[in-house]
Ligand binder design. Structure first.
Ligand SMILES: [Zn+2]
Length: 41
């Protein structure tokens, strides 16, 4: 069961920052569409 969940997340498309287009690094609690640089203010 757990392996299926892992596979599910591995198959997700990479997140891309909507502001600068950079790939967003994996973040456990990240639901934003922007990278670290763009999400900081
Ligand atoms: Zn960005």
């Amino acid at each position: 069961m757990l392996e299926n969940i892992v596979e599910f997340f591995r198959n997700l498309p990479e997140k891309i920052c909507v502001k600068c287009g950079e790939k967003i690094e994996e973040q456990s609690e990240c639901y934003t569409n922007t990278c670290d640089k763009c999400s900081t203010h």
